[in-house]
Design a binder for this molecule. Structure first.
Ligand code: ADP
Length: 609
């Protein structure tokens, strides 16, 4: 008898192919990520592919042989028992019920086997209906038994797939669960049409097969529509996340061309939304950091591992924005390799950088002041030690009987000079600590400043350089209608002059010291004093250094000039306390001029007695 291609047989052929393909796909998936679910699905689909093959054979090769169709029914009954038992296993596994998945597997397999054995001993009369479908011709109870067995596997697993679809947030997982949920619903539909609708309602096999066919098309359509819906929702979620995160998010291609920049990125860099698109990332990077980004991007293109990195963007005004990436460049999956894009997430670390910078400055300052303190202590020690040694030495000599009267007179003078030097150091230290602590008491009164200058000069007449004429002090008092009095603290004004003159003498080996004053043309109602020497001079980089406490241009222990480095800081503080300013002009080896300027205050101020 010739074979006949029945409608049933033809419908089952594409299902066989599709299920075999699914088995293959899930096997591949299992190989890549080792997930048990995928392996089980691979078995399920493989078994179902064979089931469909029996249907296809029953409807084609065996279509005119009742015993052939019967054989296929029996084989498919056993296969379906297995397939459903695996579904039972999957159900327990995926529903996360804390019992062994075998509790899902064994009962269904047992029941399925019983049904299959019963099938063997049941008289079955299959035939091809005139409309072209295969009628399995089983007694009613066998249909009912099989519906019961298959429902036990398919219905719970379908429910679990939809539940997991709903629960999971991972878009890939969601896609799998949705697909499986719809697919298992479709299996259930086959069971319903084949084993309920056909025998109970007596629908012809052709129509039930057509329903299955349409069912599959509708199932596919539902899947794709639902999938699109899910994806667009997920995409929306991500968009909201990316647009509201405080991180700077940038998507660039492998050449560094910007494909996306999130609102925070645009606002932190002061760009209008969209204006960075299709520009190169390298145009908005700080020059020194371009190589770093190029290197990290290259690593990402070559799929090498990477780490966080700190770098600088330039905003529209070319100001620096310090950021730290939250990881390496992340490749975003694309349709083809040549169209790769990468995501770079980073966050603003300018505040941290600012703090780091300040801390570094503080550390440097602390180290500097530590160094200065050490140098200062060594210096003070030396400065105090020298006159002290002299005092002890001279005192001993004074008791020496062999020293004559004249020599003793000289020694007494030396003793006094060293005592004065010691007192001066102690005075300076006290002055500075009072000034630093803002504790200096000032009682201003009208004072004849010319007189104060002359008194200050007077105190140096016994200095060796002055006595020997190596250094000459010249006063330059202009004859004009400037006021003769200045409201100030005479004792402190004199201290200022003395400090400046003392330095001028100290740092001039041979030459002149000019002392005078003038009315500053640039500042109205100000008097500016100057002390000008022809000494060793100071280089401009030391202009501000010399006003810091305990600093000397030459702070070596064995330097050429004695001194504590306190004179100028005290002078500066005194000048400022008397509402004046101090500055200098100097050139190395040519001499220095120190200027001190005060505002005139003519109306005498009543001071506390
Ligand atoms: P000291 O004179 O005790 O060292 P100062 O505070 O008065 O301390 O001066 C600080 C430093 O400034 C001096 O050590 C010297 O290097 C420099 N300096 C001050 N005045 C002059 C000057 N007239 N000519 C050259 N260098 C000077």
């Amino acid at each position: 008898m010739p074979h006949q291609f029945t409608f049933t047989g033809i419908v089952y052929i594409p299902f066989t192919v599709i299920l075999a393909y699914l088995a293959y796909r899930y096997y591949k998936l299992y190989l890549t990520n080792g997930r048990l679910l995928y392996n089980l699905l691979h078995y399920t689909f493989g078994i179902f592919a064979f089931v469909c093959l029996t249907g296809a054979l029953a409807g084609t090769y065996f279509s005119h042989s009742a015993s052939g169709i019967r054989l296929m029914i029996i084989i498919s009954a056993f296969l379906l028992s297995f397939g459903n038992a695996v579904l039972g296993y999957i159900f327990i596994l995926e529903s996360r019920i804390r019992i062994s998945p075998l509790y899902g597997f064994i009962p269904i397999l047992t029941l399925g086997f019983i049904a299959s054995v019963i099938t063997i001993f049941t008289p079955i009369h299959p035939f091809v209906e005139s409309s072209g479908g295969v009628n399995w011709g089983m007694p009613d109870y066998l249909y009912q038994l099989r519906v019961a067995v298959y429902s036990l596997g398919i219905i719970p697993v379908t429910v679990v797939m939809f539940r997991n679809f709903n629960k999971t947030t991972d878009s890939k997982e969601k896609k799998h669960y949705l697909f499986l949920g719809i697919l298992f619903s479709f299996f259930m539909m086959i069971v319903i049409t084949d084993f309920i609708l056909e025998p109970v309602l007596g629908i012809e096999a052709l129509y039930s097969e057509l329903m299955i066919l349409f069912g599959s098309i509708i199932g596919a359509a539902v899947f794709f529509t639902a999938y699109e819906f899910v994806i667009s929702r997920i995409e929306k979620q991500f968009r909201v996340m990316i647009e509201n995160t405080q991180n700077l998010i940038l998507i660039i291609d492998h050449d560094g061309v910007i494909k996306y920049a999130n609102p925070v990125f645009n606002s932190l860099l002061n760009y209008d939304s969209g204006s960075l698109l299709n520009n190169s990332i390298f145009n908005i990077l700080f020059t020194d950091d371009r190589e770093l980004i190029r290197y990290n991007l290259k690593n990402a293109v070559e799929q090498k591992e990477g780490e966080n990195f700190e770098f600088r963007f330039l905003n529209r005004e070319n100001d620096i924005l310090w950021v730290e990436s939250t990881g390496p460049f992340v490749p975003l999956v694309q349709f083809n390799k040549s169209n790769d894009v990468f995501l770079l997430a980073s966050h603003d670390i300018s505040a941290r950088k600012e703090t780091e910078k300040k801390l570094l400055e503080l550390t440097i300052k602390a180290e500097e002041s530590e160094r200065l303190k050490t140098a200062f202590l060594a210096n003070i020690y030396h400065e105090v030690r020298t006159p002290m040694n002299a005092i002890f030495g001279i005192t001993e000599l004074l008791y020496d009987e062999s020293v004559n009267k004249e020599e003793k007179q000289q020694y007494k003078q030396l003793l006094q000079a060293n005592g004065n030097r010691l007192v001066k150091i102690i005075d300076d230290l006290i002055d500075l600590s009072e000034l630093e602590a803002n504790k200096m008491v000032l009682e201003p009164r009208n004072c004849d400043f010319k007189n104060e200058i002359l008194v200050a000069i007077e105190s140096f007449t016994r200095e060796e350089k002055i006595r020997t004429g190596a250094v000459t002090i010249i006063t330059e008092f202009p004859e004009n209608n400037m006021p003769d009095y200045l409201l100030t603290v005479p004792q402190r004004l004199q201290q200022i002059f003395r400090n400046l003159i003392s330095n001028a003498i100290k740092f001039t080996h041979k030459g002149n010291i000019n002392i005078g004053f003038f009315q500053d043309p640039m500042k109205s109602r100000h008097i500016t004093f100057y002390v000008k020497d022809t000494g060793i001079g100071i280089s401009p980089e030391n202009f501000s250094v010399i006003f810091k406490p305990f600093t000397q241009v030459d702070d070596r222990y064995s330097r050429d000039f004695e001194g504590t480095g306190l004179g100028l800081p005290i002078t500066k503080k005194l000048v400022e306390l008397l509402t004046g300013t101090i500055w200098l002009k100097s050139e190395l080896n040519k001499g220095s001029t120190f200027f001190v300027s005060f505002p005139f205050t003519q109306i005498p101020v009543q001071t506390e007695p």
